[in-house]
Ligand binder design. Structure first.
Ligand code: AR6
Length: 269
């Protein structure tokens, strides 16, 4: 599989222009997010991304596992596990960084998401927020500019995808708002299964609202819009670019490790 460069991953601005994201959940079409050119979304195998850092959904041992963790270790090769053995594990909500070995990215950030706690969901939320924040802090400390996140905790750890996507978007938006956020060129959300595609389609417009002219409200006054010509040109340009986008999985992957969820919860809680 040919690696996908950060520059080839569509930004939210492009997706809004193409009407690929449903903007009806956007709270205020007048106030666009400043970050829509620095946030990307792609449905892909994260091991194919040639970005500065990919973020792995690891466990406290950091010694590999199923899901995206297994895929990353397989693609990186055994040296990744050797380096992980030197790290002495990692707490839930925290992150550690390693080299990427045979992967096309430069570094791997390993973050430990919470096992979803239905009884105390606010605790799970705080840990998940901390995963995104601590990963971005590590990226900035290491001078990494493009960071791609898998949907932390939404697989084996059972965090509901819709809620997890809201937490992820809120945490990334808040980091990009801060001083350190200015040091990042692109933060990318990587979806894999259909449920996460749907979750991010819902969450992104809420936390990264589109400009009014690219939102669902555009259609209301399209006929009287003096910028109509410009918009048609921008749409044609965006469509041309979209035709060059990499292909993505169209079916959900079969993940045999999913059946180990209960067992993992028992051993890691
Ligand atoms: N590329 C991108 N995303 C992927 C890929 C991939 N190749 N494979 C799976 N996903 P999970 P967790 C998505 O279960 O819930 C491991 O055993 C997947 O669809 O990988 O945080 C660790 O060692 C889902 O949306 O991580 C831990 O023990 C997301 O990645 C435990 O699983 C996260 O699913 C962590 O569980």
């Amino acid at each position: 599989m040919a690696p996908i460069a950060a520059a080839d991953i569509p930004t939210l601005n492009l997706l809004y222009k193409l009407k690929k994201l449903d903007t009806s959940s956007s709270p205020s079409p007048k106030r666009a997010s400043d970050h829509n050119d620095r946030v990307g979304l792609i449905r892909a195998d994260i091991t194919s991304l040639a970005v500065d850092a990919i973020v792995n959904a690891a466990n406290k041992s950091l010694l590999g596992g199923g899901g995206v963790d297994g895929a990353i270790h397989r693609a990186a090769g055994p040296q990744l596990l050797s380096e992980c053995r030197t790290l002495n594990g990692c707490e839930t909500g925290s992150s550690k960084i390693t080299d990427a070995y045979n992967l096309p990215c430069k570094k791997v950030i390993h973050t430990v998401g919470p096992i979803y706690d239905e009884i105390r969901p606010e605790r799970s939320k705080a840990s998940l927020q901390s995963c995104y924040k601590s990963s971005l802090e590590l990226a900035v400390q290491h001078g990494l500019k493009t960071v791609a996140f898998s949907a932390i905790s939404t697989g084996i750890y059972g965090y509901p995808s819709g809620e997890a996507a809201m937490v992820a978007c809120e945490a990334v938006a808040s980091f990009l708002d801060g001083d350190d956020g200015k040091k990042l060129d692109k933060v990318i959300f990587v979806t894999f299964e259909e449920k996460d595609v749907r979750a991010y389609n819902q969450a992104l417009p809420r936390f990264f609202p589109p400009a009014a002219e690219t939102s669902a409200y555009q259609g209301m006054n399209a006929e009287s819009d003096p910028d109509e010509g410009d918009q048609a040109e921008a749409k044609a340009e965006a469509e041309a670019k979209a035709n060059q986008l990499p292909s993505v999985p169209t079916t959900d992957p079969a993940d045999p490790s999913r059946t180990q969820k209960k067992q993992k919860q028992d051993t890691e809680a």
